[in-house]
Design a protein around this ligand. Sequence first.
Ligand code: C2E
Ligand code: CA
Ligand code: CA
Ligand code: CA
Length: 283
Amino acid sequence: AKGSGPNSWRGYDPRLRAELARAAARRSGLDRALAEGSFELYYQPIVWLDDGDIGGFEALVRWPQPDGTIIMPDDFIPLAEATGQILPLGRWILRTATEQAARWNEARLAAGVAPVKISVNVSAHQLRDPGFPDEVGKALTDAGLDPAFLMVEATESALIDRAGQALANLRTLTQHGVGVSLDDFGTGYSSLSYLRDLPVSALKIDKAFVDGVPAEPRQTALVKGIIGIAKSLTLMVVAEGVETREQRRALQNMGADLGQGYLYARPMPVREASELMRAGRVK
Ligand code: C2E
Ligand code: CA
Ligand code: CA
Ligand code: CA
C-alpha cells in the first residue's frame, strides 16, 4: 500500500522526519548566526620544519553555541555548501581573516620581523562563483593586506568543474599575487599530470598520509614520492596533522618545507594566536 513499508517516501518514517527537521533547524540556525555575526575564526600556526619559525596561520571557522559548546566545521560547512549559505559565510571568513592578518603584519613590521601568511579555506561553491576574484581583491584592498600574504586553500575536487570557472578564478588570483594551496592532497582522484597544469603554489599533504610517517614504510614511501614531485614542480610542501617529533624529523628529511599540527599547536582563538605570534616561534 501507498505510504507503507520501510523505504516509502510517502510514509512518515520517524527517523527521516527527525533528520529533515534537524537539517531544517540547522539551516535556519545558520541564517540567524550569519545575521548576528556569531561565527568565530580559530587560527592554527603553519611552521617552518627546520627552525620552528611561524610562516603563517590557517583560519578555521567555528560556530560557538549559547551553551558554551562549539559546532565544528565538518558539522555545518557541508550543509552551508549544499544550501548556498557558504557564499555569505565564506565572504565573512575571507574578510575577517584578511583583516586579522593585516593587523598582525602591521605589528610585525613595526617590530622588524617577517610578515606571516594567512591561509583561508574556500569551498567549491565559492570557487565557481564568477565574482570570487573580485571579492578576494576587495577584501585585500579593504584590509590593506598585500596579496602575497594570502593563501587560498582549495581541494582537488573543488577545482574540477565542467565550466572551468574554478580554474579561471584561480588563474586570476595567482596573476594578482595570491597564493593557492592544493588542500588534502592525496585524497582526491586527479592525475599527477593534472597537477602540472594547475595554478597552485603549494601542496598540503593530507593528515591521512602523514599519519603513517615514518612508522609505515609504504605510506612513508608514498609521501616521499609526493614531496619529490611537488619539489620538482617548485611547489612548497606543507604537511598536515604533524603530531610527533618523529614525524616532524622524517618529513623534514624528505624535503617538506612546513608543518601544521598538534605537535606545534591546536587551532586557537585570535587572542591566543596574537600572543603566540609575539613569542615568535612555537617550538
Ligand atoms: P582541513 O582544511 O583539512 O583543515 C585541517 C583540519 O585538521 C582542521 O580541522 C584542524 O583542526 C585539524 N588538525 C590540524 N592539525 C591536526 C593534528 O595534528 N591532529 C588532528 N587530529 N587534527 C589536526 P577542523 O578545524 O575541524 O576543520 C575541518 C575541515 O573543515 C577543514 O579541513 C576544512 O575542510 C573545513 N573548514 C574549516 N574551516 C573552514 C572555512 O573557514 N571554510 C571552509 N570552506 N571550510 C573550512
Ligand atoms: Ca626561517
Ligand atoms: Ca585546509
Ligand atoms: Ca585535511
